[in-house]
Design a protein around this ligand. Structure first.
Ligand code: FAD
Length: 318
């Protein structure tokens, strides 16, 4: 069976959920071989083996320490040359997409970004993408070289599938470009304790209807009762009520959670572009004609200041 390379997104050896989802998809098209780089790379092996990695290629070097993608591209290129995989799967994070694009260019391959599903095909893996503000889904495959495919978080379930997970050292020679950039400073963002927006299983968002920064406490309370991330429409962000890092949509982040709850959001096409692939969509809006109701699974016509606190209490009571 063909091997499929999976780029491992991890923090000091703790594997992030989108990578485990990639392993589920990788098993559909071949045998997953994981590539873990940087501090704690070898510590990822147990979790990866539990979810189907037949092999874990590891390499640690100081070059991986920062948000610098070229060393990671060098390593993935070395892995592609060593394994000749059927495909390379990378999580669709900001970093993942940059790594994937550079890798595809390096190895002369085609790339598919933001896939939401993946299946085996006669001529290579077939990826499903959601396009034109999620108005259509397309199926495509890479026609040139080793397919490089980035996959959106929450596109597949995490499944236990115990495998060997044999750890092997990857031989990497860094290119001159690997040291061409260096990080000169970093500012830590205050942690909210909530899940990362693009990876969260549940997202609770607020829009112009929230009517003020202070009222976002209502949205946050619902999010916290559900263990969810908080999102915001551009109108709420532009008004200065919530940070841009939480904006969902065309010019914000693209999310695909199991559950998306839109509160006081009209459902403009640019907002839909970032959330329409959510598995279940719920909206609370006082205007029964709001376009958001065209795409919801469950809609509540009502004032969010009445509905959302009641919902929070109901969730907390369970
Ligand atoms: P509105 O459209 O004003 O809707 C507010 C809604 O709240 C209304 O439906 C109203 O009925 C409801 N409401 C009001 N009070 C209450 C209440 N008390 N209880 C319940 N409901 C209430 N937008 C994004 O979100 N993300 C993007 O990334 C993005 N990118 C853009 C890129 C471009 C190039 C452009 C041109 C626009 C972009 N926009 C984006 C803006 C987008 O077009 C909309 O203007 C925006 O999404 C509107 O935000 P909203 O739904 O919160 O506000």
């Amino acid at each position: 069976m063909a091997e499929v390379l999976v780029y491992v997104d991890h923090v000091d050896g703790a594997v992030r959920k989108p990578t485990l989802e990639l392993l589920t998809l990788a098993r559909r098209i071949g045998e997953p071989v994981a590539v873990a780089l940087g501090n704690g790379a070898a510590d990822t092996a147990a979790a990866l083996a539990e979810h189907g990695a037949v092999k874990v290629l590891t390499h640690d070097a100081s070059e991986y320490a920062d948000y610098l993608v070229v060393p990671k591209v060098d390593a993935l290129q070395a892995a592609v040359e060593a394994v000749s995989p059927a495909a390379v799967l990378v999580p669709s994070s900001a970093e993942g997409k940059e790594i994937a694009a550079r890798l595809a260019l390096r190895i002369g391959s085609g790339i598919i970004t933001d896939a939401v599903d993946l299946e085996a095909g006669d001529e290579g893996p077939v990826a499903t993408q959601s396009v034109f503000a999620a108005s259509f889904t397309t199926k495509s495959r890479v026609a040139k070289g080793t397919p490089v495919i980035t996959v959106k978080p929450n596109s597949a379930a995490v499944e236990a599938a115990p495998a060997a997970g044999a750890v092997e050292a990857l031989a990497v020679t860094f290119s001159a470009a690997a040291t061409g950039t260096k990080v000169t400073g970093r500012t830590a963002r205050e942690s909210t304790g909530r899940p990362e927006l693009t990876e969260a299983a549940i997202v609770v968002s607020g829009g112009r209807g929230v009517n003020g920064a202070e009222n976002f406490a209502i949205i946050e309370a619902l999010a916290d009762s559900l263990g969810a991330a908080v999102g915001a429409s551009r109108a709420a962000v532009d008004a200065g009520w919530y940070p841009h890092t939480n904006q969902v949509g065309q010019t914000g982040k693209s999310v695909s959670p199991q559950l998306y709850i839109a509160n006081g959001i009209s459902g403009a096409i640019q907002h839909r572009a970032g959330m329409q692939t959510s598995k279940t969509i719920v909206a609370v809006n006082k205007d029964a004609e709001a376009p958001i109701f065209e795409l919801v699974d469950f809609g509540v016509v009502g004032d969010l200041f009445d509905v959302v606190p009641q919902l929070t209490e109901e969730v907390k009571a369970r």
